[in-house]
Ligand binder design. Structure first.
Ligand SMILES: [Mn+2]
Length: 483
């Protein structure tokens, strides 16, 4: 199980919810097969461990129900004999908590092999001496609740057996084209047998969007973990504000954050930490982090920890010295006002696009007030005159992935917020060193980012322990420099 992550029952609940979707999705695919598909949703949704439904006999000769297949995520080479830390495919981890290379099948088609299947690396004394203990086939069942466990090498023969029974395959597309090709071959093989065995050809669907619907709405145990990830990450930002000194290198700021994340139980940073001093902050994904931090510059820090499999994503911008300069303060107040206005808007029923538009409106008004734009507010918004200085969206979904699963548009319109969704709110202003603005604004990049949970009542900011009021930042910085 993922350290600090959900308990086994939480994963079982997720699998039950997804199996109910599989059965419902397949009922549509197999509408020609006389009712057997339509009877399965209720049966499958209720079974506790995802055991066989026991109606296998009634499906003989027909194909009904669905298979979800998530292939093994490849192990990647860092350099000769050295691997990157293994990162399980997020959907597989969402449904199991399993962190070794593995393939997953979740099936609801009524055969005796139905249920939750994991294909894993078998126990092997020789290999385990080098690379550590494996869960093995027994562990996959006993610890992770698999109904069936096989060796990874058997993945495709197991998949083919399931495809023979099913009306629909939900496939988690692999980054490895060879895997996709293999799966397509097996689909053809299963279909080639259909004329004699009976049943319509398999319907193949992407598993991602179906699983994304589940991941987009966080369950209580997920929200609890995201709250912890947010709190621990906010504390790391605060610690940096309390200790940074002019003359430090950007990587020293990064090192302190990494230390704080790991020391307090995070698996590590949830993504590549950005520590960008001065004009480096106008590069959106600056990760070199090797420059010297200068007294009169700002430092933009975009960093969050991953705790129990869930990400935080926080950006703060604060003075390397003790105080903001006047132009820095003007821009900062503008970004903060935009962020607060947007967060204030977050509640069920509001669209993610409306959150963005609220930010754009305040940022544009701020740029007009500072003399950086000309024209009326509406004209500047309509013609996107702000876009050289604010070129990204305000929000993305947050969860197990820092850019989490979930659609941003539904039925041709922007996604409406619902309780349990978590989004970032992260306006910024980026005035490059060569930007066509007054000289005092050049080379300033500011972003302020928090993680916001949509609740029944409105919103809960999961990362509010990270200071962002200008006066509070200056108090912290004065104290840091007085040490
Ligand atoms: Mn973000």
């Amino acid at each position: 199980m993922t350290p600090h992550g959900p308990d086994p029952e939480a994963y079982a609940q997720r699998r039950r919810a997804v199996r109910a979707d599989l059965a419902a999705g397949a009922a549509g695919a197999s509408s020609g097969t006389a009712g057997t598909g339509a009877s399965s949703p209720g049966t499958n949704a209720g079974t506790s461990g995802g055991a066989a439904t026991g109606n296998g006999a009634s499906n003989a000769g027909t194909c009904s129900g669905a298979v979800l297949f998530l292939p093994e995520s490849p192990e990647l080479i860092f350099s000769n004999d050295v691997h990157f830390a293994y990162r399980p495919e997020t959907n597989l981890r969402y449904l199991t908590g399993f962190e070794e290379p593995a393939a997953l099948l979740l099936t609801a088609h009524g055969s005796e092999e139905d249920g939750f299947t994991l294909c894993v690396k078998p126990r092997d004394e020789q290999s385990e001496t080098w690379t550590g203990r494996r869960v093995g086939l027994d562990g996959a069942k006993e610890i992770y609740g698999a109904d069936h466990a096989y060796a990874l090498e058997q993945t495709y023969e197991v998949l083919l057996r399931h495809l023979r029974h099913a009306a629909k395959l939900y496939y988690g597309h692999s980054r490895d084209p060879a895997v996709n090709q293999k799966v397509l071959e097996l689909v053809h093989q299963a279909n080639a047998e259909r004329p004699r065995r009976g049943g319509d050809p398999l319907v193949v669907a992407e598993a991602g969007p179906m699983l994304a619907e589940h991941r987009l709405r966080k369950r209580p145990e997920e929200i609890a973990l995201m709250r912890t990830a947010g709190q621990l990450s906010a504390m790391a930002h605060r610690r940096l504000m309390e200790t940074l000194r002019p003359g430090d290198r950007e990587y020293q700021a990064q090192a302190l954050l990494d230390y704080e994340f790991r020391y307090h139980g995070c698996a590590g940073p949830a993504y590549g930490t950005i520590c960008a001093g001065g004009a480096n902050a106008t590069v959106l994904h600056y990760t070199r982090n090797d420059d010297v931090l200068r007294d009169h510059d700002l430092l933009l820090v975009d960093a969050g920890g991953e705790y129990g499999g869930y990400c935080a994503d926080i950006t703060r911008t604060f003075p390397v010295g003790a105080a903001f300069s006047k132009p820095q303060a003007g821009l900062y107040d503008c970004v903060l006002a935009a962020q607060l206005a947007a967060i204030d808007l977050v509640r069920p029923g509001v669209t993610i696009e409306e959150v963005h538009k609220a930010c754009v409106r305040v940022l544009t008004q701020g740029l007009l007030d500072l003399g950086t734009l000309d024209g009326s507010l509406d004209e500047c918004i309509e013609k996107a005159k702000y876009s050289p200085f604010y070129m990204h969206n305000t929000s993305h979904w947050l969860g197990m992935d820092v850019h989490d699963a979930g659609t941003y548009r539904r039925d041709g319109a922007s996604q409406r917020l619902e309780p349990g969704m978590v989004l970032t709110v992260e306006p910024g202003l980026y005035l490059r060193a060569d930007a066509p603005v007054a000289i005092e604004f050049r080379g300033i990049g500011i972003r302020i980012e928090d993680d916001v949970l949509v609740t029944e009542a409105g919103a809960e900011v999961l990362t509010q322990a990270a200071p962002k009021q200008r006066a509070e930042l200056e108090t912290l910085r004065r104290a840091a420099l007085a040490r």
